[in-house]
Design a protein around this ligand. Structure first.
Ligand code: PAF
Length: 285
């Protein structure tokens, strides 16, 4: 695996890759890799000649300084994992390589960054859009891969690619789960073993809501029931549970299959903030 910490040697390497007529897949990450990230790498490897993974904890997308400070950093382990799955290139820059000066650019995605995560993490999607734009410019991939767990992020990046004419194709890869349903997340590393058990409540809530709504349950009532279900777990705090149109993220008040509704949930287990989501209907139906 080729490892780069600086932009210009990486760009020179990728120039040769492109000259040889090879395609490039990009898997951007913030490290603390788990099987979910590896599934993005394997999707990229299956469809591209060269896969580039990036490990960069992006400061501009953290609205909470404590969250940035506590975000797990495990670069040596990440490097070993990427070697094992035969990722071709790792780009792991220091902060000043990506932000040599304090960035002043702010991105506004309209409604897409005002609901759900956007409401609770002001500025988060501006930072995501900024770093992802930089990575797209640096790597110039043919394809880029993101996890479905961050569905709102995927909607924002889809808009970014459309509006800024990035010549690449985006792919959302289904969330991987632990056997008890907990969505794989780098943040799970921060949970104690008792918190780890409590954290499954978000998956249980999504499953309950999916079933209830498929059986024609009323959204308002289901929202109350989800809030009650989460409130029963000591040490867990619900931030939001919404049913949204998966394309434009409009929050829905009535279930209509045509909107391809997605159920989105977020909350805290102790100090650790987790998110999860689930399509209301199997999207292949
Ligand atoms: O999903 C993530 O890990 C991050 O938001 C991303 C896309 C790597 C940008 O920092």
């Amino acid at each position: 695996m080729e490892i780069f910490k600086e932009i210009s040697p990486l760009k020179a390497f990728l120039r040769d890759v492109r000259k040889a007529g090879k395609t490039i897949g990009l898997v951007p990450t913030m490290g603390a890799l788990h099987r979910g990230h590896l599934s993005l790498i394997s999707a990229s490897k299956a469809a591209n000649d060269v896969t580039v993974s990036t490990v960069f904890v992006n400061p501009t997308q953290f609205n909470n300084p404590a969250d940035l400070l506590n975000y797990p950093r495990t670069l040596d382990k990440d490097t070993e994992m990427l070697k094992e799955v035969r990722c071709d290139v790792l780009f792991a820059p220091e902060t000043n390589e990506i932000y040599p000066t304090t960035s002043t650019i702010k991105l506004d995605f309209g409604h897409l960054d005002k609901v759900m995560e956007g409401k609770f993490r002001p500025g988060h999607f501006s930072g995501v859009g900024l770093v992802v734009s930089k990575l797209f410019h640096i790597v110039e991939p043919d394809n880029a891969y993101f996890g479905q767990k961050d569905w709102q992020q995927f909607a924002v990046i889809t808009r970014l690619v459309e509006e800024l004419n990035f010549p690449l194709k985006l792919h959302s890869i289904p969330t991987l789960r632990e056997p008890d349903g907990l969505a794989l997340s780098s943040r799970n590393l921060r949970l104690s073993s008792s918190q780890r058990k409590l954290a499954t409540v978000f998956y249980r809530a999504l499953q309950f809501a999916q079933q209830a709504l498929q059986q024609k349950g009323d959204i308002k009532r289901v929202k109350t029931q989800v809030a009650e279900l989460v409130a029963r777990e000591d040490g867990v705090k619900l931030e939001y549970f919404e049913i949204a149109d998966s394309k434009n993220l409009n929050v829905l008040e009535n279930v209509d299959k045509a909107n391809q509704p997605i159920l989105c949930i977020a909350g805290f287990v102790g100090e650790v903030r987790l998110i999860d989501n689930m399509f209301l209907y199997n999207t292949n139906e």
